[in-house]
Ligand binder design. Structure first.
Ligand SMILES: *Cc1c(COP(=O)(O)O)cnc(C)c1O
Length: 232
């Protein structure tokens, strides 16, 4: 078995254990393999081991990789999970299936305008600055409902839920607090009548805590593909 296949198996077991602990169904958590900085060859190895959903952070790299794996396009789901500038929305609207880190109406409007008619609506999540860090992107929790309502009204987008990257913390108990706040925020949106079902939260270092608090999608890079070379 390849290293990537073995890692995928280990991550799948970790998801199964965390869901069991939380009294949840293992199929209620989708594994998104974060392939930023990873070669198309490694993505193909993951696909051959059964993985079909991949996350990219950088527009040009993502577009190049989608192209390099073009013959698999219909079998793969591509998620754009990085910050998105307004001058780079078009290739994302045209080539990706999901966008996770929307934090401004302007970006959402451009994505909706630029989403080709022949494709299904672009599936989107709002990024929430749940730890209140100055340096992090994301909407403040108090602004989520208003922005979610505006985005849900855009014709070529389908608002699926919320995404967060909480401040890193090694303590598993402390890790759960921001994820619990995310769970409560999603509940607020549902109570307000929005049809949302997705909590995109949890990475290699905190996925167990995220699953304990209701994550429906975990974004895992290092635990599948190994440590990344530092981006200079
Ligand atoms: C890189 C990245 C991940 C994956 O992080 P790992 O710690 O390698 O699992 C998840 N989400 C986002 C937004 C990322 O940029």
């Amino acid at each position: 078995m390849s290293v990537i296949a073995a890692n995928l198996q280990a991550v799948t077991k970790r998801i199964a254990a965390a869901t069991q602990q939380a009294g949840r169904d293992p199929s209620s958590v989708m594994l998104l393999a974060v392939s930023k900085t990873v070669s198309p060859i490694a993505v193909r190895a993951a696909f051959e081991a059964g993985q079909t959903a991949f996350g990219e952070n950088y527009v040009q790299e993502g577009i190049d990789k989608i192209g390099a794996l073009g013959e698999l396009r219909k079998k793969l789901q591509w998620h754009f999970i990085g910050p998105l500038q307004s001058n780079k929305t078009r290739p994302v609207a045209e080539q990706f299936d999901w966008v996770h880190a929307i934090d401004r109406l302007k970006i959402a409007q451009r994505l909706s305008d630029q989403r080709p008619d022949g494709l299904p609506p672009l599936q989107v999540c709002l990024q929430v600055n749940i730890s209140g860090e100055d340096s992090k992107s994301g909407v403040a929790p108090g602004e989520v409902l208003a922005l979610a309502r505006d985005i849900a009204a855009l014709p070529r987008l389908r608002l699926r839920g919320l995404m967060a990257i909480p401040e890193a913390d090694d303590d598993p108990v402390a890790q759960r607090r921001p994820f619990a706040a995310m769970r409560a925020l999603l509940a607020t949106l549902r109570e307000a009548g929005l049809d949302v079902d997705t909590l995109s939260m949890g990475m290699s270092g905190d996925m167990d805590a995220a699953i304990a608090e209701g994550a429906t999608m975990v974004r895992i890079g290092t635990a599948i593909f190994g440590a990344r070379a530092p981006k200079d």
